[in-house]
Design a protein around this ligand. Structure first.
Ligand code: AMP
Length: 541
């Protein structure tokens, strides 16, 4: 039977066309890398992106070619994405916090032909230039006046762009064509390239924007603190223009004071980042006495959101917390903890209990939990299992590797361990490789970390399993004390009593000045396990 509806290819540039036509004056405000605040609109951004697309095609970039970006969240970074998308080339965000050798490896593996780089990261390119095998030219995201001397062939972006105009038509593309790439950090083995398609980005942006997910609207002013280089920028470069939301880009400064200045001065209504960022903001607010009169919602994901952060935002600053979970392989959004009617009567500690959960899925993400043998487990809020997902914006293979990463039913094993309750709220209890196996039973390190963070003298907490002659592994609690505090180990452990099963109690507490983090701000458990590999619990010493 012939199709009754039009075929309308779901390409990403349609999102910018929509925003430019329907929300032409909506602002994109950026703190530029050079310093001053920059303001543009969706209409202007579309013109500039068309110019980028024309300039890229003059340069000889073709459909399917890759170009890397080493850049902060600014209007320039976003228009480069859309320019690349507009000729069917692929934006490849590279995390500048990786080691220079890893950056070079990733760029070579992706075979990026061009490299767009912020001023901040020019020294990284200097370091790795001799190792880059495919990059033909570097474009520094600045103007001629701010252009530094470089030891590699480079142009200032604004001059490079001035050689083209906006008289260009987006390429006609198959919606299944590749659109973007992001490598997962991969704690073991080489990083793996996740490739998003135009269709997956568009479908994912529609799912992400709906009220019970990020709930974006044309009345919102969204500040994506999460960098575009972290897990497809949490879709915000697509879901904001799709919804007509204004954007406030923090550029290179993500300290508490800098973020507060934008939240306040730009009347931001919704923002998104990992918990460590919010910890810094809350500490700044506490010290300075500043408040958040405009902010309505904060999306917190990438790592488990500590209860104390949720409590402070909701109870002290009247900001609604939306705990979210996702993965680079999932475009990235998997769940958001928004309030369904079934739980709308909860308040106080019961509501905080709910908000510790990572939440429920949007349309387009199916999830289940299984035991190690693959048998599906009940949604009873207690039984842990391996969390598996499938959907149209979830990877099935990695770049340059045809081996499927999904099972016969298309489910991708997230590597997370979780339970799901009868209302569909999922809670991560661990990474499969971090969970502590004590006497054949599992102990959730995240639950213990969350409890430790409730103690007023604790700034950061991590729990790892340390080998134990009798129990196989037992929990060791590692604490960074709050500035000026000298917490007592037995006092912290006493605060756990009655809140966990007795056999979950950590066998010891150690205090450190610093806990190592990954390039995306998560606690680096592998490094901690190495650091404490010779550790012996006091009762065995
Ligand atoms: P990445 O692809 O680097 O964003 O890492 C994805 C992983 O981060 C997930 O598989 C989880 O282990 C972890 N993660 C993301 N969000 C959360 C969250 N809200 N709570 C706990 N873990 C999370």
């Amino acid at each position: 039977m012939p199709g009754l509806m039009q075929h309308w290819s779901l390409t990403c540039t349609r999102i910018l066309d929509h925003a430019a036509r329907n929300h032409p004056t909506r602002e994109i405000v950026s703190r530029s890398v050079e310093g001053p605040t920059h303001r543009t609109t969706y209409a202007e951004m579309r013109d500039r992106a068309l110019t980028v697309a024309k300039r890229l095609s003059q340069t000889g970039l073709r459909e399917g070619d890759r170009a890397a970006t080493l850049a902060w969240n600014t209007w320039r970074h976003m228009e480069v994405w859309y320019g690349l998308l507009g000729i069917g080339a692929i934006y490849h965000t590279v995390n500048p916090r990786l080691f220079p050798q890893q950056i070079a490896w990733i760029i070579n593996h992706a075979e990026d032909r061009l490299l767009f780089v912020d001023l901040t990261f020019v020294p990284i390119v200097e370091k790795i230039w001799s190792e880059l095998t495919t990059v033909e030219h570097v474009i520094v995201l600045t103007d001629a006046a701010n252009m530094p001397e470089t030891g590699f062939p480079a142009s200032p972006y604004e001059d490079w762009l001035a050689e083209a105009d906006a008289d260009f038509t987006w390429a006609e593309l198959d919606e299944n064509a590749a659109a973007g790439m992001c490598y997962t950090s991969g704690t073991t083995g080489d990083p793996k390239g996740v490739v998003y398609s135009h269709r997956s980005n568009v479908l994912h942006a529609m799912s992400a924007a709906i009220p019970d997910m990020l709930g974006l609207s044309a009345r919102d002013r969204m500040m994506p603190v999460v960098p575009l280089f972290h897990a497809n920028g949490w879709s915000l470069a697509f879901s904001c223009p799709l919804a007509g939301a204004a954007m406030v880009m923090p550029g290179p400064r993500m300290d508490g004071e800098a973020l507060w200045e934008l939240l306040d001065g730009e009347r931001v209504t919704v923002t998104a980042a990992v918990p460590t960022i919010w910890l810094m903001l809350l500490q700044y607010l506490e010290k300075s006495g500043k408040t958040l009169p405009h902010l309505e919602r904060v999306v917190i994901g990438g790592a488990a959101c500590p209860r104390a952060i949720t409590k402070a935002f909701e109870e002290t600053y009247d900001v609604r917390v939306m705990h979210a979970w996702g993965m680079t392989e999932m475009s990235p959004l998997g769940t958001v903890c928004s309030i369904k009617p079934e739980v709308s009567g909860l308040d106080g500690e019961d509501k905080l209990d709910l908000q510790e959960k990572q939440g429920h899925t949007p349309f387009g993400v199916e999830m289940k939990i299984t035991d190690d043998a693959g048998v599906e487990q009940p949604w009873d809020g207690k039984t842990f299992g391996r969390l598996k997902v499938r959907g149209p914006a979830i990877s099935q293979t990695y770049f340059k590797n045809d081996t499927p990463i999904v099972d016969a039913d298309n489910f991708f094993d997230t590597g997370d361990v979780a339970h799901i309750d009868a209302n569909g709220y999922m809670q991560i209890t661990d990474r499969a490789k971090d969970v502590i196996k004590s006497g054949g039973e599992w102990i959730s390190t995240i639950d213990l970390e969350n409890l430790a963070l409730l103690h007023p003298h604790v700034s950061e907490a991590a729990v790892i399993g340390v080998s134990h002659p009798k129990w196989d592994e037992r929990p060791l609690l590692i604490i960074v004390p709050r500035d000026g505090c000298t917490p007592d180990a037995s006092d912290i452990l006493a605060s756990f009593e009655g809140r966990i099963a007795k056999w979950w109690m950590p066998n010891d507490v150690v205090f450190v000045d610093e806990i190592p983090h990954t390039a995306t701000g998560k606690i680096k458990k592998t490094a901690l396990r190495e650091q404490f590999s010779d550790y012996a619990f006091p009762d065995e010493a």
